[in-house]
Design a protein around this ligand. Structure first.
Ligand code: ADP
Ligand code: MG
Length: 251
């Protein structure tokens, strides 16, 4: 496991221009994220969370300021170079899972392996996808299509897909937004397990009880960081799940 800084944002700004209109979505954010951190990015709707995540995920470039990913300045790169970096170094998890329908869990997970200059045989692809699926608790579901899986299971497939290229950082934008509360805690349990293995996670959420599973909370307002602090009363997903199970069986 490498040490050090994965993400470094220096005075990053993002201004959207549509015709006469200018929206300063991010107005000067400096942020450092070390390898192995688990950060929850919070703030009201419109505060710039997704804009910042898009920059961190190399989906978009800052209008001003610099972005160093794993020590390399990526702020000036062209779209296809960004796409390349994105595929190799970033794993994405979305609110709506974004899985291909009528495609097995295994094939969904294999997909990111097919981009770039991979040299894997079909057997190796399959073995790798199945191994990552097993690591998120989906052994035996490899051939299921998204419609045959619950929301929580679909999100696990999406997490496996995000992990399959061994990314530097996993970015999750409202990963529990479409899940019930118990399933949300299960997904936080997966993230905590991954984080315990040293994987860096940055997650957008507007729910304070979900942010409490992270180790650090960064709160945005009007395009700037309002507060950045370590989580003092961190929730442990395993403990919370046991509590939920007890309270439902006692009822
Ligand atoms: P959040 O994710 O915190 O809700 P966003 O980053 O999506 O916030 O949006 C921040 C601000 O930027 C909002 O005012 C939003 O309307 C504006 N914005 C976001 N994306 C675009 C875009 N592609 N074009 C123009 N304005 C945008
Ligand atoms: Mg958003």
């Amino acid at each position: 496991m490498k040490n050090g800084e994965v993400v470094r944002l220096i005075d990053v700004e993002k201004t959207y221009r549509t015709g006469e209109m200018e929206v300063r979505a991010v107005r000067g954010v400096s942020l450092q994220i070390q390898r192995g951190e688990f950060v929850a990015l919070m703030g009201a709707s419109g505060s710039g969370k997704s804009t910042l995540m898009n920059i961190v995920g190399c989906l978009d470039r800052p209008s001003a300021g610099r972005y160093l990913l794993d020590g390399a300045d990526v702020s000036g790169l062209e779209r296809d170079q960004l796409a390349d970096i994105r595929n190799r170094q970033i794993g994405f998890v979305f609110q709506n899972f974004n899985l291909l329908p009528r495609t097995s869990a295994r094939e969904n997970v294999e997909l990111p392996l097919l981009y770039g200059d991979h040299r894997l045989s079909n057997a190796q692809l399959r073995e790798k996808a199945d191994r990552v699926l097993a690591s998120v608790g989906l052994e035996g579901r490899e051939d299921h299509h998204p419609s045959q899986l619950s929301g929580g299971q679909q999100q696990r497939v999406a997490i496996a897909r995000a992990l399959v290229n061994d990314p530097e950082v996993v970015l999750a934008d409202e990963p529990t937004g479409n899940l019930d509360s118990r399933t949300s805690v299960e997904i936080m349990g997966i993230f905590q397990q991954l984080n315990d293995r040293g994987i860096t996670i940055v997650m957008v959420t507007h729910e304070t009880d979900i942010a409490a599973y992270a180790r650090r909370n960064v709160i945005m307002r009007d395009g700037v960081v309002l507060n950045d602090s370590a989580v003092t009363r961190r929730l442990d997903a395993q403990t919370e799940l046991e509590r939920i199970t007890r309270s439902t069986t006692e009822r």
